[in-house]
Ligand binder design. Sequence first.
Ligand code: AVI
Length: 350
Amino acid sequence: MTAAARAIRHQSLSPQDAAQGGTQGAAQGTANAAFAADVIAGFRKPQKALSPKYFYDEAGSILFEEITDTPEYYPTRAEMSILRDRAKEIAALIPDGAAVVEFGSGSSKKARILLQAVGPLAAYVSVDISGEMLVQEADALRRDFPHLTVVPVVADITQRFPLPREAMAAPVRVGFFPGSTIGNFEPHAAAAFLRNAADILGPGALMIVGADLVKPADILNAAYNDSRGVTARFNLNLLTRINRELGGNFDPSAFEHHAFFNRERSRVEMHLASVKRQKVRVAGETFEFRPGETIHTESSYKYSIESLGALARGVGWQPVKAWTDRDGLFSIQAFRLAGSATDDQPRKPT
Ligand code: AVI
């Protein structure tokens, strides 16, 4: 691991890890303890549940990439098509000298389309929980955009984190949150995320969000039940991960992938359903499953332009513009915060 990667990795550690000396082993221990605590708390609920964030171990991340290539899973293709077709219009909202902050940047694949279309920027700040990937992608971006200042920041995007001084010194900051990840937050958490982003980006900021749209159930049900069974493997991989990391004894073949659109709640739900009565030991506890009983593993909320606009407005963001793909499947929506960066004292890095 390079020095830069080590430094970034250290920033990602919790205060407890840092107190323990910030070793990789300590961080792993803390992560496993948090995972175990979430599994135990989630499986004790009347409706067993687990956060979708646990999908993304190495195998899960590869499977997710594979999902985006299935013919049924349209969101990634639709969002890319909006970015390609509307890059100039989206970029026109971003003034020269702004800093672009991508929340959960991953491979920065979508940001690259924007970066090609914008004028000179103060910085592109890629924020992600995975330090290793950030450093690699930042290096690749610097090669491909030699005049761009790329600053990777390891942070949990749902928490308050300090922006680097390159971004704080810019007259305005522009948040970028593509991928419809906002749909994987419960609506109250989506509002909390947008409120936190407003605090981080400051007055006059712009926020560009990718959000999947409500649509007929057959399209949604097909997208989350692809015929190659990739989404099923992605869902079931959670049990393999629990077995490996928490010493569980799940038999993944005794569970089935269920995904369906819940129109009342405007969300696709993914579940793992037990095919029989069974007991499973995990993290030192035994959990019983009735035949057909499920673990709720993911909600993917589907918005309209209006419903996301109302949610954003509730936490101070004013809708500016929205774009959809040709088939009206997916949206990219831009919001602005009241005020301008010059209304306030210059924001100092916290
Ligand atoms: C990452 N996220 C936006 C995906 C979604 O559509 O909610 C995750 C996913 N789950 C099943 N397929 C894809």
